[in-house]
Design a protein around this ligand. Structure first.
Ligand SMILES: [Zn+2]
Length: 250
């Protein structure tokens, strides 16, 4: 027999099913990424209508059947409605959701990813942060949460911690001025950029969105992250393609 469970999480993805139903993908604290059926959730008077939209964060009461979860009730704490008011921020948000969907698994401990997602959406809503920087922080921290971050704390060749001004995407980390000679794809980075990467990788998620950077640092981070993701993630995110198109229109 099935039972009801309550999980805390966020709606990552929504699929219409049949005439009135939805299938939602949830990232939860308790069970990692799961999918659940929301019967009647597309009826205009359904209690579940708004709760089953992307970004909705709160408590979800699920009936756990033999092979699937069914959503019974939801109590939403944050709909991230301010995101919806800004077209471009919304697409950054969709990209973060798609990224988390791609990386997370069922019955895996995804609490850090859920926290990262929540804090990053908050940062997108805040006028204090440049969304381009929010994206770079999210991407780098998501890799770190999954144990795939580059090594930027010491030179990959000699282990030294001084003058780490070079970065190799192929080798996955930093090189000092003395060792960079033989690295064909070395990108030169300022100390501030290297420090920013070190900070993002090592800081607690709650402390991530506490700084801004210069245009130069932003440009260097963009260059590094773009080729790093291309090299290691090798996945085309649909929402990212749309985001790039929107950004180029500006
Ligand atoms: Zn070295």
């Amino acid at each position: 027999m099935g039972q009801n469970i309550t999980v805390t999480g966020m709606v990552l993805q929504v699929m219409p099913i049949g005439e009135y139903d939805k299938r939602i993908t949830l990232l939860t604290k308790e069970r990692g990424k799961i999918t659940a059926f929301a019967r009647g959730a597309r009826r205009p008077n359904s209690q579940l209508l708004a709760a089953t939209n992307p970004f909705s964060f709160g408590e979800f009461e699920l009936f756990e059947g033999r092979s699937a979860y069914t959503l019974a009730r939801a109590s939403i704490q944050n709909y991230f409605r301010e995101l919806a008011a800004d077209y471009q921020a919304t697409y950054y948000g969709f990209y973060f959701l798609e990224f988390a969907d791609y990386y997370c698994q069922e019955n895996n401990d995804e609490r850090d990813m859920l926290k990262l997602l929540y804090q990053s959406l908050r940062a997108l809503e805040s006028p204090a942060y440049d969304n381009r920087l929010v994206r770079l922080i999210f991407e780098l921290k998501a890799l770190a949460v999954n144990g795939e971050a580059p090594n930027v704390f010491s030179c990959l060749k000699c282990g030294g911690r001084e003058e780490l001004h070079w970065f190799s995407v192929k080798r996955g980390g930093a090189f000092c001025a003395e060792c960079r000679g033989e690295i064909s794809d070395a990108i030169q980075l300022t100390e501030s950029t290297m420090y920013t990467m070190q900070y993002v990788i090592s800081a607690k998620v709650e402390k991530l969105y506490t700084f801004t950077v210069s245009e130069q640092v932003l440009g260097e981070l963009q260059r590094v992250m773009e080729s790093y993701l291309e090299h290691y993630v090798a996945h085309t995110f649909k929402s990212l393609k749309i985001l790039v198109e929107i950004a180029s229109l500006k």
